[in-house]
Ligand binder design. Structure first.
Ligand code: SF4
Length: 93
């Protein structure tokens, strides 16, 4: 004889975490316009008329995508920090 597994009770409340507000900066003394960041986080970065990356919207992509773009930047030109706490998520050095 089989019995149905008991269902776990639904939690009374689910904690929600809002995305951090980010400050994303591109150092134009370093950026060589490789376009990598614009491919990885296309809603956050775009190339300007000078062929360098600019920040369109620091909330344009997920934090993970923006950090990935910063990590992949061959010139270490992208810095990312929490606008409210000041916590540095990515320091290009
Ligand atoms: S990945 Fe780095 S070097 Fe390439 S466009 Fe973006 S900021 Fe510039």
């Amino acid at each position: 004889m089989s019995s149905s597994p008991a269902l776990a009770p639904a939690p009374a409340a689910v904690a929600t975490k809002t995305a951090p507000r980010l400050q994303v900066a591109v150092d134009h003394h370093r950026c060589v316009g490789s376009t990598l960041c614009t491919l990885i986080a296309p809603h956050t970065f775009a190339l300007n008329e000078a062929g360098q990356s600019v920040v369109l919207d620091p909330a344009g992509d997920s934090l993970a995508a923006i950090l990935n773009a910063a990590e992949q930047c061959p010139m270490m030109a992208i810095g990312v920090r929490d606008l409210d706490s000041g916590e540095v998520y990515f320091d290009p050095g």
